[in-house]
Design a protein around this ligand. Structure first.
Ligand code: HEM
Ligand code: HEM
Length: 193
């Protein structure tokens, strides 16, 4: 009688799946770049300079691409349960992780959505990599101001949450070494051992 082969997915059930890991890092790095780009817009292309329009439209286009990837990630997440956390993890840390992950997802949705809706209430609209998308709102500076304020405030909240998230991840990975970091770390190579 031959031995039953070991099921690799059963062995690695403590890790997120390949797609979740790929989307986490692709979107995570993209967001870090986009947030930095957003906060540096006035330095890169000050208001009134000829490059301002094209630089803002690049930010808008990249933001929309990220928004689509975020929708994909959210749909994937809703259909795939994450691996269960180690039993040794204190319950307050479980609750903190759930709350912070949900708030991160909320910010991931609010950022592209507020930017996109705001732009539809501005005469500038959105040029998606050079193609003008017809604005569906009126040119309403007051509405634009509120939504842009939301974009700005969420940007700061998001940046703060990401800083805490990265600090917590590094603490788990470098100090506690409790396996939390490796749940989502990109695999170095397919396991041959
Ligand atoms: C913009 C940047 C980032 C965002 C928005 C983000 C967001 C998230 C979210 C929402 C989750 C929960 C996944 C889920 O259960 O669906 C997660 C998990 C995780 N992230 Fe990030 N992340 C970012 C960057 C990073 C970075 C740079 C690191 C490492 C230094 C990191 C380390 C982790 C770890 C270790 C987990 C797994 C936590 C667990 O197993 O409960 N993340 N991230
Ligand atoms: C994940 C996606 C996005 C992130 C993380 C992001 C982040 C930021 C940040 C941090 C700022 C600087 C703060 C501010 O002045 O409001 C900013 C500015 C801006 N963003 Fe975004 N953004 C995203 C998507 C978008 C989208 C999709 C649009 C429009 C279609 C957009 C339009 C703008 C505009 C017009 C500004 C300049 C506002 C001003 O200076 O008055 N953003 N963004």
């Amino acid at each position: 009688m031959s031995k039953k082969p070991v099921n690799p997915s059963a062995v690695e059930s403590t890790r997120y799946g390949h797609v979740a890991i790929a989307l986490h890092w692709l979107i995570g790095l993209g967001l870090l770049a986009q947030i930095t780009f957003g906060f540096l817009l006035d330095e890169i292309a000050p208001r009134g300079t000829p490059t301002r329009g094209s630089v803002i439209n690049l930010h808008k286009s990249l933001g929309l691409v990220l928004g689509l990837l975020i929708v994909l990630r959210l749909l994937w997440r809703l259909r795939h349960q994450p691996p269960s956390l180690p039993a040794s993890l204190p319950s307050w840390q479980r609750s903190a992780a759930t709350l912070s992950h949900r708030t991160l997802y909320a910010c991931m949705i609010a950022m592209p959505l507020s930017g996109y809706i705001a732009s539809n209430f501005s005469k500038h609209g959105v040029k998606f990599f050079g193609t003008a998308l017809r604005p569906w709102g009126s040119d309403a500076p007051a509405v634009y101001g509120v939504l842009n304020g939301l974009h700005y405030a969420t940007g700061w909240l998001f940046a703060a949450l990401i800083a805490v998230h990265i600090a917590a991840a590094l603490k788990h990975g470098l100090i506690h070494r409790d396996g939390i970091f490796s749940r989502i770390a990109p695999r170095r190579s397919a396991s041959h051992s």
